[in-house]
Design a protein around this ligand. Sequence first.
Ligand code: F6P
Length: 322
Amino acid sequence: MKHIGIFTSGGDAPGMNACLRAATRKALAMSMQVTGIRYGYAGMLSESMTPLTSLSVSGIIQEGGTILKSSRCLEFKTVEGRKKAVENLARHGIEGLIAIGGNGTAQGALALHVEHSFPIVQCASTIDNDLYGTDFTIGFDTAVNTALQAIDKIRDTASSHERVFFVEVMGRDAGHIALHSALAGGAEAAFLPETKTDLDCLAKKIAAWQSLGKQSLIFIVAEGEEEGGAFVLAKKIKERTGMEYRVCILGHIQRGGMPTARDRVLATRLGAAAVEALVRGARGVLVGDVTGNITLTPLAEAFSRKKALDSSLAAAIEEMAG
Ligand code: F6P
């Protein structure tokens, strides 16, 4: 393989740039030509492509977002769209692809692999950490730390006013960000899509905490939990307890910011490993890290299998809530 394309797709995640840098430099070191495809799958259709050199990925390891830009592309979800994308890639001499992205990216990559046998390998990158085949995805650690900084600040005001807060975090239909930020932030409970919370039982716990003099409480709500989000959930708990509350939706701030060291290291390892795997003949796989080892997982499995939450962490939140 002499010429590869690299693109970032779907929700941006801190560490995407570090991954792009690693994949580009690894490919250059293996004497390949590298093209950056801008705006993810949309750039394959609009032929928004740019040559990548060692210099073009210089000074970006610490930058959040993605210098290649990203998008969610509806046209690529059609058979005709994908056919056009493959024709455009061929016209530009691109023989293989490195995708950097999450769940939606994996579905597009699998379609290219199955329908066109187009050589493609994906690096696991999404703040949601919802890809099977890797312990952690690029961007997750930074997002958890961003949420944590906000939770710590909310703790100050919650404590000063003896208030109850519901803090909603991202994660789509997975509770990894909520679980980790709740445990690290010392939250009283986490509402997760993967588990059901007995609201009556929680109302009793709240009464018990308050009778012991604990007036400020923080609940972390995963955006995909089943009650319908932080506002709905808070209202349901107020109906049971009568307590006053405030809601804070953290939203897209969780997607931005400088990647943590952990994310930069993971991104660098996965970016380089993806190029090596592609050159060695791997096709239609997700590159991840499982217990410290680089692993390749078929894309179909990576997005369709549900990655389990660490139940010991959920138990620890309850135990530590006092
Ligand atoms: O997949 C990353 C993510 O930030 C999810 O946590 C969230 O549900 C979604 O993307 C938001 O997507 P958008 O930025 O397109 O609204």
